[in-house]
Design a protein around this ligand. Structure first.
Ligand SMILES: NC(=O)c1ccc[n+]([C@@H]2O[C@H](COP(=O)([O-])OP(=O)(O)OC[C@H]3O[C@@H](n4cnc5c(N)ncnc54)[C@H](O)[C@@H]3O)[C@@H](O)[C@H]2O)c1
Length: 342
C-alpha cells in the first residue's frame, strides 16, 4: 500500500463535507473516485468543480465499489454508525466526522469491527490537528505552564441551528477532544446544564463542567444562540497561563508569564502571596489549514497502516463524556461519574 494512490469515496457533501472533498481532492496521492449526497441540488452545486469524480445520490456507489479503499463520512451524526459499519464490513478504511456516533455500544462495535478487519478507523477530531493545539501540547508536555490548575473554553456564535444533535453534541466534541488530547487523560466526572429555546428537546446552549484527577477543573460553554463568535480556550497553570483564540485571524496563542507565588520570607499574609507578571509570548504558528493536516494524516495512516491520532478509541473517549453530559443534562445537572475505562 505504501506510496500507492489511495482511492476514496465520500458520503455527504453538505457544508462541511465540501471542505473535506476539496482537501482530499487536492492532496497528492489521493484520488476521490466517487461521492454521494441525497440532495439533488447539492450534487448540482458541487459536481461542476470536480469533473473527474463520479457523483450520485446512492451510497451503494461508494460502499460497494471494490476499487474504493477508504470512505469519508460527512453526513448528519445519526447515520454515521450505519455508514461506518457498512464500510468496515466491506473491508474499507473509514474517516467519520465528529460526533463519532450517538451511542456507546455502536462506537464499541465499530472499533471491534475495525480491529477484526485490520481497518483504519479515524474520527474527525480536527482540533487535534490544529497547529495551535500542537503548540499547546508542547507547552503542557514540557511543563511550561507548571501544574495545570484549570481550563475553560467557549465555542459560541449565532450559527447553524441543528435538529438531530444539540449544541453539546455538535460543538463540545471539539473542546472535549482538545482538552483530553492536551491533558492526556479523561475526566472523572461531568455535569451539564442547558436549555432548549428554539426547538423542543434540542438544547441550544449548554454549560459543561468537568473534573479531572489532580484537582484539574474544566468548563465548556457551547451555544449557537449567541451574539458573538468565540472559539477560545484558556489554560491556567501554576507558572504560566495561555489563551488560544481560534477566532483571531492571527496571533492565536498568547502565553502569559503570570502567576501567584508564595514567599518563604514574609511578615504578613499579604506578603505571603505575591503576583508575578512577566512577558507575553505570541508564538508564530505554521500557517496551514487544520483540515488539510487532518486529511493528510488519514491518508498517511491508510498508506502506512498506522493508528490515527484520533482513532476509534479517541472517538469513544469523547463519546463517553458526551453521553454522561447528556445524562446530567436530563437529570438537571447532577454530576455523572465516568468509569476508569474512559
Ligand atoms: N470538523 C468540523 O469542524 C465540523 C464542522 C461542521 C460539521 N462537522 C460534522 O460534519 C457532519 C456534517 O455536517 P454538515 O455541517 O456538513 O451538515 P449538512 O447538513 O450541511 O450536510 C449533511 C449532508 O449529508 C447529506 N446526507 C444526509 N443523509 C444522507 C445519506 N443517507 N446519504 C447521502 N447523503 C446524505 C445531506 O443531504 C447533506 O448535504 C456532521 O457530523 C457535523 O457534526 C464537522
Amino acid at each position: 500500500m505504501n506510496g500507492a494512490v489511495v482511492k476514496i469515496g465520500q458520503i455527504g457533501l453538505g457544508a462541511w463535507g465540501r471542505n473535506l472533498l476539496r482537501n482530499f481532492h487536492n492532496l497528492p496521492g489521493c484520488e476521490v473516485k466517487s461521492a454521494c449526497d441525497l440532495e439533488p441540488e447539492t450534487l448540482e452545486r458541487v459536481a461542476p468543480s470536480y469533473p473527474n469524480i463520479q457523483f450520485s445520490s446512492e451510497e451503494g456507489k461508494v460502499l460497494q465499489d471494490p476499487e474504493i479503499g477508504a470512505v469519508v463520512i460527512a453526513t448528519p451524526p445519526d447515520s454515521h454508525y450505519r455508514f461506518a459499519r457498512e464500510a468496515l464490513l466491506s473491508g474499507k478504511d473509514v474517516f467519520v466526522e465528529k460526533p463519532f456516533v450517538l451511542d456507546i455500544k455502536e462506537g464499541e462495535e465499530l472499533i471491534r469491527l475495525a480491529e477484526e478487519g485490520g481497518r483504519i478507523l479515524m474520527v474527525g477530531h480536527i482540533m487535534e490537528y490544529h497547529p495551535a493545539s500542537l503548540r499547546l501540547k508542547e507547552y503542557l508536555d514540557k511543563g511550561e505552564l507548571g501544574r495545570i490548575y484549570y481550563l475553560y473554553a467557549s465555542r459560541v456564535n449565532l450559527g447553524k441551528v441543528r435538529d438531530i444533535e444539540n449544541a453539546l453534541w455538535s460543538f463540545a466534541p471539539h473542546d472535549l477532544s482538545l482538552m483530553m488530547f492536551l491533558l492526556d487523560k479523561a475526566p472523572l466526572s461531568v455535569s451539564a446544564t442547558g436549555a432548549c429555546y428554539l426547538q423542543p428537546g434540542v438544547e441550544d446552549v449548554v454549560f459543561v463542567s468537568l473534573t479531572f484527577e489532580d484537582q484539574i477543573m474544566a468548563h465548556i460553554h457551547v451555544s449557537w444562540l449567541d451574539p458573538h463568535k468565540s472559539r477560545r480556550l484558556t489554560i491556567v497553570g501554576s507558572r504560566k497561563m495561555v489563551v488560544f483564540d481560534d477566532a483571531a485571524s492571527s496571533e492565536k496563542i498568547w502565553l502569559y508569564d503570570k502567576g501567584v507565588e508564595s514567599q518563604l520570607d514574609y511578615n504578613t499574609y499579604g506578603e505571603y502571596l505575591s503576583l508575578r507578571t512577566g512577558d507575553i509570548i505570541i508564538p508564530k504558528l505554521e500557517s496551514v489549514e487544520p483540515l488539510k493536516t487532518e486529511c493528510q494524516h488519514f491518508l498517511d495512516c491508510v498508506r502506512e497502516r498506522k493508528k490515527p491520532r484520533s482513532d476509534g478509541l479517541d472517538g469513544l473517549r469523547v463519546l463517553r463524556v458526551l453521553d454522561a453530559a447528556q445524562e446530567s443534562l436530563k437529570r438537571g445537572g447532577v454530576p455523572v461519574k465516568l468509569s476508569v475505562k474512559s
